[in-house]
Design a protein around this ligand. Structure first.
Ligand code: SF4
Length: 212
């Protein structure tokens, strides 16, 4: 199987429980909740995406013919010493492409494999860290994992979400090109975390730092 990749780059994880940790980001192209065309955003299931996952214009973007070549490219970007190498498979929606062959190839290169998914597909066994970020109005089926990261506010019931089996729960303010709306979303997230301490605030640290 070949893999359509938007970009691959080394950075620090900027969100959630692994914030601040060195990682290689492997961003797959394509999503099942929006086609990435700005003209269709308002009719998509997911309307607040802040990521280009269609242009195939990022660093090391392209169609990789097999799992080995993709895993070797990921490996070539890991220049750290000591600690456990981490690859974060994201998107777009990575479960549309991540298969057991690629998970095995990444493990063979020494990586712990993390996945950030919208939860509309079940996650393969073998993935080491599962982050689920549900989108209101979608058919959500992956309801367990290490980390539940809810972009906030959305019409989702926090009390229901607290009953699900996740080790960590985060509310992350919804970004918005309108500074006033972004500020209102931050306020809503802070207030929700203060009202329901089962949740912690996830801030997009990479944006504050000005890194990818
Ligand atoms: S599910 Fe994720 S990748 Fe897909 S459109 Fe929404 S935010 Fe973007």
């Amino acid at each position: 199987m070949s893999y359509r990749v938007q970009e691959i780059f080394a950075t620090l994880q900027g969100e959630g429980a692994q914030s601040g940790r060195a990682a290689v980001f492997l961003r797959f192209a394509g999503c099942n909740l929006w086609n990435g065309d700005p003209a269709t955003r308002e009719t998509a299931v997911c309307r607040f995406c802040d990521t280009d996952f269609v242009s195939l214009s990022g660093p090391r973007a392209g169609v990789y013919p097999d799992a080995r070549s993709l895993a070797e490219t990921v490996k070539s970007l890991w220049n750290a010493t000591g600690g456990e190498p981490l690859v974060v498979c994201t998107g777009g929606e990575p479960t549309l492409q991540l298969d057991s062959r690629l998970v095995e190839a990444l493990h063979r290169e020494g990586f712990s494999v993390a996945l950030e998914t919208n939860g509309t597909n079940t996650v393969l066994p073998g993935v080491d860290w599962i982050t689920v970020s549900p989108k209101a109005g979608s058919r959500w089926i992956q309801k367990t994992g290490h980390e539940l990261k809810v972009v906030w506010p959305q019409p989702l019931d926090l009390i229901e979400l607290e009953a699900l089996e996740f080790q960590h729960r985060f509310l992350q303010p919804m970004d918005d090109p309108d500074p006033a709306k972004a500020a209102a979303n931050r306020r809503a997230s802070v207030e929700a975390c203060m009202a329901r301490p089962a949740w912690r605030l996830s801030f997009q640290m990479h944006k504050a730092l000005g890194i990818a």
